[in-house]
Write a protein that binds this ligand. Sequence first.
Ligand code: ATP
Ligand code: MG
Length: 452
Amino acid sequence: MSAYTILVVDDEILTLNNMKKVLEKENYEVHLADSGEKALELHETYKPDLVLLDLMLPGISGIEVLKRIKEKERETIVVMMTAYEILEKAVEAMKLGAYDYLLKPFKINELKNTVRRALETLSLRIRIMDHLKTEKGRYYFGKIVASSKKMKEVIETAETVAASGKTTVLLQGESGTGKELLAKAIHYHSPRSEKPLIDINCAAIPDNLLESELFGYEAGAFTDAKKRKTGLLEKADEGTVFFDEIGDMSLNLQAKILRVLEEETFTRLGGSKSLKVNIRVIAATNIDLAKATKEGRFRSDLFYRLNVVPIRVPPLRERREDILPLCLSFIRDLNQDLKRSYKGISQDAARILQEYSWPGNARELKNIIERIMSLHVSDEIQKEHLPLEMRETIRSDPTEKIVSGDNFPSLKELENLYIQKVLMHTQNNKSRAAKILGIHLTSLHRKLKSRS
Ligand SMILES: Nc1ncnc2c1ncn2[C@@H]1O[C@H](COP(=O)(O)OP(=O)(O)OP(=O)(O)O)[C@@H](O)[C@H]1O
Ligand SMILES: [Mg+2]
């Protein structure tokens, strides 16, 4: 039996029987209706993949049947059958969502080819929908670990803005904090989720190539342009464009992108026609764009245009409550991928993981867990599994056990040790350390000088 069901609707019994014969030979399951009423009834019962529908029916017209079928089951593919005299009706039907039409009288081969093509389109559509479903699952907000208050706030804002469908979002945060993950979740939870998400890494593509990739070009626009090429902006129509690492886009291209965002139109390279696009923009960067703007490396007008809903994704060291939940989530995923059965993390390993500064954020954490789980077969992550540098940074914690037994350091000593600890935590970033310590950067410098 065939995977596909076809409903044929025509008021001429002879036509119906002939078509049934041809289509059954091709292994389709075929049902016949000799009126519009009967067609709607059988459509309800058999949910056919394809309907071959005569335009001229007594009673409910072919157009009306088409409308009602599309209202009920948008995915059903309908091919109209029409006589030459009423061809304009077929055009109307196409506007209402018919896939194609067959001009009567048609040859057997024409029928077979049209049906085959229609069903190929259907199977492609199903594959795309399946793909979307799995992508959606992968980038579900619920899969983003957020135990800390800061990350919960990030998710809340992202969910709210996702629903709006049009608002521009600017994601800023250090490398590996989860910006891409958030961008995808926003798209797949927006009203645009079934339209394309076009991911453009501005840092990875050279400037001139990026321009032609984005805008596309007409044949002959430059030496190598043999054929017209559709640009990514055009492909993203009605969907989302994710400009990753937007801080790396050249000033020249920034100006062009700004125009697209403001006017929602663009022209292909070498073209003159202005094309309209409807896109939602999500941009991400790990550089401080406001600062880049002040320094003239980023256009301020584009910055303001992007900064509609800014979301700062905090580094992992500012939300340590997320570290262990992230580990557990990575362990769960990797158990499946690597066929392991880790249950968790030993206490002393957990302490080290929680105290480490994670300059590479969630990505670094994921990589370490993956390395451990692929190298060791065990039921938990143990201290010995962790990289030596990591264990050493933690072990050399200057304040550890300092106030114990009879060891009571002076306030000055304690202050020095504390400053040292904070500097370790900020990886020697003095202005950040001063902020944590609640003192001015110049006082920190003074204290450090007086120490040595
Ligand atoms: N909150 C989170 N929950 C689950 N996984 C996360 C989370 N944050 C990050 N990850 C994972 O960490 C890795 C890095 O995240 P992502 O690629 O989104 O970072 P990024 O901010 O885009 O980094 P970069 O600036 O380097 O491109 C990915 O594998 C991602 O799935
Ligand atoms: Mg990224």
